[in-house]
Structures are given as C-alpha cells and as structure tokens.
Ligand binder design. Structure first.
Ligand SMILES: N[C@@H](CCC(=O)N[C@@H](CS)C(=O)NCC(=O)O)C(=O)O
Length: 221
C-alpha cells in the first residue's frame, strides 16, 4: 500500500493534474473516490474549501492541486516540474494558474455539457452554453495560449513544467467534449496539444480514466 493517497475522482481536471505529476515523478499512490461537492464533515476536515483534490501523505493532508504540486516537488525533487530560472519559473506558475482558471472554465464547460450531461446527469446538453463557450469565451483564451506556446517540445520549450500539467489536463477535459484546437487558426497550440495527448503519461492516464469512469457508472455508451 502506497503512503500517498489522492482524494478525488479521476475525471476532475485538478485531480488529473496531480495524477500526471505523480506519474511523471514515478510515485505510487492510492486513490479515494471523493466527488466534487462532498460536504461530509470528514472531507471538510481535510478540504476547508470542499474541493478536490486533497493529497494525503502518511497522515499529513494538503488541498489544492497547485499546492500539492509544490509539495510533491519539495518531497521528490528528481525530475523537476519547476524551472530553476526565476523568470521561467514564474511563467510556468502563471500558465498553470491561467490553465486552472480561464482555460479550465471553458474546457470543463464542454466536458460537462457534451459528456457529463447525458452520461452522468441524465439530461440534455445546454446547447446555448456550448455555443457561447465555442464562439465567445474560448477563442480569446486559445489566442492567448497560441501567442505564448512554443512551436516544438513542451509548453515552454525543452522541459516539462507545471504549465504542461495544467494546460494538458484542461485539454483532456475538452477532449471528452470532442474539442481540440484547430490547426488552421491556432497551429502552434494545436501541434502542442496533439503532442501532449500522444505522450505516454497522458495516453496511460486517459486509458485509466475510461476504467475509472466505467466503475463510477459514467459512460457515454
Ligand atoms: N484551485 C483548486 C480547484 C479545485 C476545484 O475546483 N475542484 C472542483 C472539482 S473539478 C471541486 O471540487 N468543486 C466542488 C466545489 O466547488 O464545491 C485546485 O487547484 O485544486
């Protein structure tokens, strides 16, 4: 049994971000399937904002995916996720934050309406909301990412950073909503997302998610 435990379901973009980091750092873990919105006293005690994920390490608990990534970096510094250069590090953290907020808002909306609506909530998708995301909310976000992503390699160039984990996790959510950036309008970003989705850690995680979703009764079939 692993000392590390991740509380949260795999389909959450923030849980996925942490699971990417654990896979990259080759750390075994156990997972406790806590759903978003868990209001139990037990969960509130380890997650004061009632959000997933929470990381548990031998009895120590810490919430929030970005803080968890910093903890993992401090505890397992091999294969760093943060550039040593202060400006590159700040950029990586900013892009992680941008992905966690603005990008995830759009991608999680597509995931919820195009996948979860029927598969989990047993309702019809909100087509008006999907249209607003695709035509109004998401395009400027894609424009911004296109202006900062590198044409080759990882998001910031030669090394994988927390920016990659945040951005890729959000686009994994969007992929459930059949969305990926268009190579005509956003060629660098489309190339980056295609490379990221083919990387072994992402391929393996998405395969695990299919199994996790089936076991949680979430299925598009
Ligand atoms: N900043 C947090 C955000 C976590 C978050 O919003 N998690 C969602 C699930 S994807 C959640 O638990 N929502 C429940 C709620 O807001 O009540 C992080 O990075 O971990």
């Amino acid at each position: 049994m692993a000392n590390l435990k991740v509380h949260g379901v795999s389909l959450s973009p923030f849980v996925r971000k942490v699971l990417f980091a654990l896979a990259y750092k080759e750390q075994p873990y156990d997972q406790v399937n806590v759903f978003p919105g868990d209001t139990s006293d037990e969960f509130a005690a380890i997650s004061p904002l009632n959000k997933i994920p929470v990381l548990e390490d031998d009895g120590f608990t810490i919430p929030d995916s970005s803080i968890i990534l910093r903890y993992l970096e401090a505890k397992f510094p091999e294969k760093p996720l943060y550039p040593a250069d202060p400006q590159q590090q700040a950029r990586a953290c900013w892009l992680e934050e941008y992905a966690d907020t603005k990008l995830t808002e759009c991608c999680a909306g597509l995931f919820r309406e195009r996948f979860l609506a029927r598969a989990f909530f047993k309702r019809e998708p909100d087509e008006a909301l999907i249209k607003t995301i695709l035509t109004e909310t998401l395009p400027p976000v894609l424009d911004y990412l296109e202006s900062v992503v590198q044409a080759e390699g990882f998001f910031l160039g030669d090394h994988l950073t927390v920016a990659d984990l945040g951005v890729t996790s959000a686009f994994c959510a969007a992929s459930y909503g059949d969305f990926q950036p268009d190579a005509k309008s956003h060629p660098k970003l489309a190339g980056y997302v295609a490379r990221a989705m083919e990387s072994p850690i992402v391929v393996e995680r998405m395969a695990e998610e299919q199994k996790a979703a089936a076991s949680l009764g979430v299925s598009s079939q």
